[in-house]
Each structure stands twice: as structure tokens, then as C-alpha cells.
Design a protein around this ligand. Structure first.
Ligand SMILES: [Zn+2]
Length: 484
């Protein structure tokens, strides 16, 4: 990491110095490994105040202007505020529902956050930290504590996750167990980059459903992250079968060693493939209503529900094999992965809830309220205090002045959708667990009732029909995150 900071400085024309680049979220990965507390605080401050320095990158005036314009737009369209307009075609439908949703999670979250903070503070003190644990110290000590408590070595874990095996013996295997699908590689079709692969997706009756492309490895010119999209949308009107791709940014294999990934990356592949299935099973007349063209607070449900199957014992045993020996992963290592997954959940949930609250606060303003705001940071603090989520130890995942999701990326009044979908997917998954788990009947039911429906039915109706619940119930999410 030190060498990388030196390289980055050199690339920026500052040879002989060190450069730490700030990433998009408030919390910075590098904080977990910075031993020097002063440097940690400098890095976090650089993150928190990146767009509030009074220079040409200061966005506060733009934020105020956007909030005002959106309130005006909503009024022109006959709505009290922007969120009320934006949410009308979402599953949640109204800002009141979303506020109630935030509150229902924030209430049980609060005591668990206090417990986590106290435990971490005590641990840090024993390690020699003076005074109070700050947001800049959190990852550093959490990371140390995780290592000590669970002894989980990422490098050891990775030896069992060969990317190609996770795809074929994990993701494809799950699709066979749940839906009876098979995949046949095509080498006769053109691809846009060297490592892109194409598969025929064959249904249980032997008919081709569509094409599935994978583009899994990092390239210098590629955007970061992972995603799914369609090149061709399914449509009966246009006589089109879906052509779908999954993109990831895994590290390629080297020196005779195959590409190896960590468990987060394994889960990502199951996630993106869940989106792919949502597109693949589409059965719509119109392309605009087909597949994943659904409400933002519903679209992550089909992807996230498939993440659960990464840990399904039959699936896991089929793909998690040591790349050299083909030995299955030892049971104690599997247990360590499970145990460590619940660690530090309060921070992750707290920063998420705070960001969700900020999004809603900015977008539920009337024109007059928006016009009265002059101080972005002050409004932010007050909005968080109002919902009991103001906590300098756990700042929002994005502060208002660099919350790109809501100001320019289409997530205005929609940031809650991630958590909301997580509630839906946990409810739906629990239905499956209670009814026999991973089997063809349950897969067919998921396909018939959700994955093939596109945007042709009310999402609440779909949800209730599948789960038998009148409305989303947060208890399965709280349990999954170890908060209950
Ligand atoms: Zn997704």
C-alpha cells in the first residue's frame, strides 16, 4: 500500500511523496490499515469536507439550488414535494411509508450500534488508544478486532474460490437445481474483449431462452464495480429473446494460478446472476416493461435473493474447492466465514440509514422550506438528529455535498431502495426456506410469480402473493444482519 501511494504520487507529478486518493464513500478503505492516528484523521477529513472547502469544487450552492428546483418541479406537477411525486410508481408509493420504514429499522438498530461502539471503544483502549474512538479510528480497530476474534485469513479463503468454478459449479449449478437450466458455451460468436465468454441458456424443456455473456476480469479501461444489463431486451412484440451480460472486476489469474476471489466477490457473482435471471425469464409483450425494467425499490430483490444460495450447503460444496488439491473447504473455515459476516454490522447499517434519511430529508421539502435553507451542513445535522441518526462516530455513507446517487445518478428519493429490497429478499427467501428450500418447485414458483413478471403487475401484489405477507417485514433482515 505504501508502494502504491508512492506510485500514485509519481503519476500525479509529485515524485518522492505519497498520495492517498479519496474514494466515493465517506469511509475510506485505507483507514483500516493506517497505524498513524493523525494521518487517519487527515484522510477522513479530506473525505468528509471534499466538497465544502469554498473552492471551485464546492458543491453546496448547487445542492441548495437542486433541492429548490426539485421542490418547484413537484409543485408544478401538483405534488407537495419531490419525493411524493417520485415515489408514486414505486412499491413504497409515499414518503410517509419510507419514513416509517426508516424508523422501524432505526429503532432496533440504535441499541445494537451502542453495543458495537462500546465494545470497539473498549478494545481500542486496551490496544492503547487514548480518548474517544472516532469515525477515523473505527475501521482500523474493527479490522484488528475482526482478525483477532475470528482469525479469518482472506488469502486462505481465496484458495477455495476459483472464479471459473464459482461460475460453473456455483452459479450455473444453482440455476440447474432451481430452474432446470443448462448452459452451453458458444465459441462462434464475436466478443468485444479477450476474456468475454458467451453461453446459450437452455431451458428445462431443451429450448434456448437467450444468450448470456460474462465479462469478469479487470481491464485498465473498464469502470469499477459489477453490474448486469441487456444488449437485447426480451419482447414478444419484437420477437426478441434476451441477450444479457454480467460484468465484474475480478483479478485475473497469473503464473499458472487461476483467478481466485474472496467471498464478497463470490456473493457478487450470485447477485449479478440473479439480475441476469430476472432478464432471462422475462415474458413480456413490450420491451419497456420487460425483465428488470421495474421499480427501483423492487429491482434488487431478484438479485439479492440469489445471494443466499452462495451459502447453500449443496451449492457451496460443489464450487468451493481448493484450486490445487480439489479438497473441499474445511468445516471450521466455513464457520469462520459465517461468523465474521455478522461482525461490524452496526456501522454498515448506520451509515446506510443515515444516507437514506438525508435523501428523504432533501426531497420532502416544500418550496418554502427549500428556499429557507442556507446552510447545507446545518440542515444535514438537523435532519439526522430528527430521526435519531446523528452520530459523529458513524457518519452517513455519503454527505449531502457529495451524494452523487441522489443529485445526479437517478436515486433522488430512492436511496432507501437498497435496504427496502433487502427486506423483500429476506422475506421471500424465508418463504423458500420454510417450504423446502432449493428445489425445482420453488424455483418455478419464483420464476412464475416474480422473475417472469417484469413491470406488468403491482409490486405489492406480487410480494404478497409470493410471501403470504401483507407487507414487508423487517424481522428477517434484522436477523440476517445479526441485529436480532
Ligand atoms: Zn444489484
Amino acid at each position: 500500500e505504501i508502494a502504491k501511494a508512492a506510485d500514485d504520487a509519481k503519476a500525479a507529478g509529485k515524485e518522492g511523496k505519497y498520495l492517498i486518493n479519496i474514494t466515493n464513500t465517506t469511509q475510506q478503505d485505507i483507514l483500516a490499515s493506517l497505524n498513524n492516528r493523525t494521518v487517519r484523521q487527515r484522510v477522513l477529513d479530506a473525505s468528509l469536507y471534499r466538497t465544502e472547502k469554498g473552492d471551485s469544487n464546492d458543491t453546496q450552492a448547487i445542492v441548495l439550488r437542486l433541492a429548490k428546483l426539485r421542490a418547484q418541479k413537484a409543485r408544478l406537477l401538483g405534488f407537495p414535494n419531490y419525493a411524493a411525486w417520485k415515489l408514486q410508481n414505486q412499491m413504497a408509493k409515499t414518503p410517509e411509508t419510507v419514513f416509517a420504514f426508516i424508523k422501524s429499522i432505526a429503532t432496533p438498530y440504535a441499541p445494537s450500534a451502542q453495543k458495537d461502539a462500546a465494545a470497539l471503544q473498549a478494545y481500542a483502549k486496551a490496544q492503547g488508544l487514548e480518548g474517544d474512538l472516532t469515525a477515523a479510528d473505527w475501521s482500523y480497530y474493527a479490522n484488528k478486532m475482526r482478525k483477532e476474534k475470528y482469525g479469518l485469513d482472506e488469502n486462505e479463503v481465496k484458495q477455495y474460490f476459483v472464479t471459473d468454478s464459482v461460475l460453473k459449479n456455483g452459479v450455473f449449478f444453482m440455476a440447474q437445481k432451481l430452474y432446470g437450466l443448462t448452459f452451453k458455451e458458444r465459441n462462434d460468436l464475436p466478443v468485444y474483449a479477450e476474456d468475454v465468454r458467451v453461453f446459450d441458456v437452455i431451458d428445462h424443456d431443451g429450448k434456448q431462452i437467450g444468450l448470456f455473456y460474462t465479462d469478469l476480469y479487470r481491464r485498465p479501461t473498464k469502470s469499477g464495480g459489477a453490474w448486469m444489463s441487456n444488449w437485447v431486451e426480451q419482447s414478444h412484440l419484437l420477437g426478441q429473446k434476451p441477450v444479457i451480460y454480467n460484468v465484474c472486476n475480478y483479478t485475473k489469474g497469473t503464473n499458472g494460478q487461476p483467478s481466485l476471489i474472496n467471498f464478497d466477490e463470490v456473493t457478487t457473482l450470485f447477485h449479478e446472476f440473479g439480475h441476469a435471471l430476472h432478464g432471462m425469464f422475462a415474458n413480456q409483450q413490450y420491451p419497456s416493461l420487460s425483465g428488470t425494467n421495474v421499480a427501483r425499490d423492487f429491482v434488487e430483490m431478484p438479485s439479492q435473493i440469489h445471494e443466499h444460495f452462495a451459502m447453500e450447503p449443496e451449492v457451496f460444496a460443489n464450487y468451493a474447492k481448493h484450486w490445487k488439491t480439489q479438497e473441499p473447504m474445511p468445516a471450521d473455515l466455513v464457520q469462520k466465514i459465517k461468523d465474521a459476516a455478522g461482525f461490524n454490522q452496526a456501522y454498515a447499517l448506520g451509515e446506510n440509514l443515515a444516507a437514506v434519511s438525508l435523501d428523504l430529508a432533501w426531497h420532502s421539502l416544500t418550496v418554502e422550506e427549500a428556499e429557507a435553507i442556507t446552510d447545507v451542513a446545518k440542515f444535514e445535522e438537523e435532519a439526522l438528529r430528527k430521526v435519531g441518526l446523528y452520530n459523529p462516530q458513524i457518519p452517513p455513507r455519503y454527505r449531502s455535498s457529495y451524494f452523487r446517487h441522489i443529485w445526479s445518478n437517478g436515486y433522488a428519493s430512492g436511496y432507501y431502495a437498497y435496504l427496502w429490497s433487502e427486506v423483500l429478499d429476506n422475506n421471500a427467501y424465508q418463504w423458500m426456506v420454510a417450504n423446502g428450500g432449493m428445489k425445482l418447485e420453488n424455483g418455478q414458483r419464483l420464476r412464475d410469480m416474480i422473475l417472469s413478471r417484469g413491470n406488468t403487475q403491482d409490486f405489492n401484489t406480487i410480494f404478497t402473493a409470493f410471501t403470504g405477507l401483507q407487507k414487508p417485514d423487517i424481522k428477517d433482515l434484522l436477523r440476517a444482519r445479526g441485529l436480532q
